[in-house]
Ligand binder design. Structure first.
Ligand code: CA
Ligand code: CA
Length: 587
């Protein structure tokens, strides 16, 4: 290769490189808003800000998918093979993907060659509840932005992986961390926080995506003050939900949990960020009589100001760790010729909800698991009708005051559905819901808040409900609540779903398979074993006229750590850490 010397030659080379379009990621707000229809890139978590995880690509379809094969695999390497829950992004021939322990990789989409790697330097005292996972980056302008296990936002140069800005979102010593992919809304990067098992106070925050300057902060526990920053000044912006103490006893709201740990989706129609909140703290519900707002809820937040426009609480006075964080996906459907602006979510508590996304009104709800027992159903407003016998007993009513009576509640706290995102097909009008059938023995114990320590007041053992399966991928009709088809899997499903116009639905399994199903019938049309369990979310995109599918493989996450008797049943599954990319052979 010819050697360059002198500043003129070097700057000419740099100019030539930037013109060639290699390693560019100048992502605009328009790119993000249009992401679903622009098949040559994936620049949002959820393949579009609404999070439908639906692609109009159809070259890989129910007829051709049998010929699909891997074209490259990339290893995250090192000794850090833990749960890999990331969704990759693709822009201009480069894939940006996160890995366990707060790492980011840029990879050439044609070859699988590494372009750069960023390793966050994590302190010893990080407190992630549920494995050292990360769910992906946000792309904006020439930046790759992600959240770390020590609760920072880091923006990297898309070309080099060098840090452009870094902000501390919260104090990891109090139990905060970040595992969700941040989202970009009109030039703002919006993030939530994890830490509901440590008595943190949940919040959503917006930062200027280009500079990292904070713009607003919205706590998600009733009684805490919100703030907005104008010209560098911090200004009070209303107390979340009004005065403290309305739905919380005493000072419990000061350590009330409601962690916004899964981030959110964005609905351009109503200019709302939909973000969910986790369990109220502590788990022992006898310590906090009341609805405990805004825990276990979906919130619609104004992205310009951080104001809460409406909330819908799925589990008021939660006593089972039924976090309400699961994705709320905007979709339209016709009812008697009228278009309904709806949004759907499948909750940890085993019920699926269809809401009016303009105001949060309940349209309908229905169970999506088989043996739900903590509630007898939902009332006309979508509020659960509790089965009082299934609330773990009050420890102070027990003989020694140390352990309340145990109950066998269904679903287990890991949920009828956990973080793994469902998909909505615009062709079939169905939601494809990754769910799990399991129960738990759960009991309450006395506890007190101590900064940086687990704050549960509960003990538990998760148990399978059958010998032959735990995971169930379900096709659910949001207009009727009917299950159209199901696929049962031996291990719990823990990865996201992708739906395509090729009449296909993809999901990975802990056994290592990437599986493709007929979207209408549920017939298995494809499977390939990636060598470790899949707990990531597949994507698809087009390059040079060919359709590609990629998924991250690497077993881990909450199940092996918290799964009780279920964890024993799946302990043979091997860890890993790699991306797999597939396509059809050239015709
Ligand atoms: Ca796109
Ligand atoms: Ca929780």
């Amino acid at each position: 290769m010819k050697k360059f010397s002198g500043s003129f030659a070097v700057s000419a080379l740099v100019a030539a490189m930037s013109l060639s379009g290699v390693s560019q990621a100048n992502v605009t707000d328009k790119d993000i808003l249009q992401d679903q229809s622009t098949v040559e890139d994936v620049v949002s978590n959820g393949l579009g800000p609404r999070g439908q995880r639906y692609s109009p690509l159809d070259k890989i379809n129910t007829n051709t998918v049998k010929d699909m094969r891997p074209v490259w695999s990339f290893s995250f390497g090192g000794e850090k093979q833990r749960g890999q829950e990331s969704q990759p992004m693709v822009k201009d021939g480069v894939m940006y993907v996160t890995a366990s322990y707060s790492r980011v990789f840029a990879v050439d989409t044609k070859t699988g060659d590494e372009l750069w790697e960023y390793n966050a330097r994590l302190p010893d005292g990080i407190m992630p509840c549920c494995d050292v996972i990360n769910r992906g980056v946000a792309l904006y302008d020439d930046l790759v932005i992600f959240g770390t296990l020590d609760a920072k936002l880091v923006a990297l140069d898309a070309k080099t992986g060098k840090v452009k800005w870094k902000k501390t979102v919260a104090d990891y010593k109090e139990g905060y961390s970040i595992t969700a992919a941040p989202m970009i809304v009109n030039g703002k990067v919006i993030t939530g926080v994890s830490g509901g098992e440590f008595g943190i106070v949940g919040k959503a925050e917006a930062y200027d995506a280009k500079t990292g300057k904070i713009l607003w902060s919205r706590p998600t526990v009733e009684g805490h003050m919100g703030y907005i920053w104008k010209d560098g000044k911090k200004i009070e912006n209303g107390i979340s939900g009004g005065k403290p103490g309305q739905t919380w006893p005493g000072d419990l709201w000061k350590s009330g949990g409601a962690a916004t740990w899964l981030g959110g989706t964005y609905d351009p129609d109503t200019n709302s960020v939909f973000i969910g909140t986790g369990n109220p703290a502590p788990w022992n519900s006898h310590m906090r009589p009341g609805d405990n707002l805004f825990s276990s809820s979906r919130l619609a937040i104004d992205p310009d100001t951080g104001k809460i426009k409406w909330h819908f609480q799925t589990t008021p006075h939660d006593g089972w760790d039924y976090d309400g964080v699961n994705e709320l996906i905007a979709f339209d459907y016709k009812d008697g010729g009228k278009t309904v602006k709806a949004a759907a979510t499948a909750d940890r508590n085993g019920f699926m909800y269809v809401l009016n996304r303009t105001n949060g009104d309940f349209i309908r709800g229905f169970p999506f698991i088989d043996e739900i027992n903590w509630a007898k159903g939902l009332d006309k407003n979508g509020r659960p009708i509790y089965n009082d016998e299934m609330r773990p007993g009050n420890p102070s009513a027990s003989e020694d005051g140390k352990k309340g009576s145990s109950v066998h509640a269904v679903p287990a706290f890991l949920g009828g559905k956990n973080w793994m995102p469902m998909a909505y097909s615009q062709d079939t009008g169905l939601f494809y819901v990754p769910s799990n059938e399991w129960g738990m023995d759960i009991w309450n114990e006395p506890t007190a808040y101590k900064k940086g320590a687990a704050y549960l007041g509960a003990g538990f053992t998760i148990k399978p409900l059958s010998e032959d399966h735990i995971g169930v991928l379900r096709a659910m009709d949001p207009k009727t609540g009917k299950e159209v088809w199901r696929y049962q899997n031996f291990s719990p499903l823990w990865g996201g779903v992708l739906a395509t116009a090729g009449n296909l639905v993809f999901i990975g399994t802990p056994e290592g398979y990437l599986k493709g199903f007929d979207a209408k019938t549920g017939e298995v049309k494809y499977q390939f074993n990636t060598g470790s369990g899949i707990v990531g979310s597949p994507i698809t995109w087009e390059q040079d006229g060919e359709q590609f599918i990629s998924v991250v493989s690497g077993w881990g996450g909450a199940v092996p750590l918290w799964g009780g008797e279920v964890a024993k049943r799946i302990k043979h599954l091997n860890q890993g850490g790699s991306i797999w990319t597939f396509k059809l052979p050239k015709s």
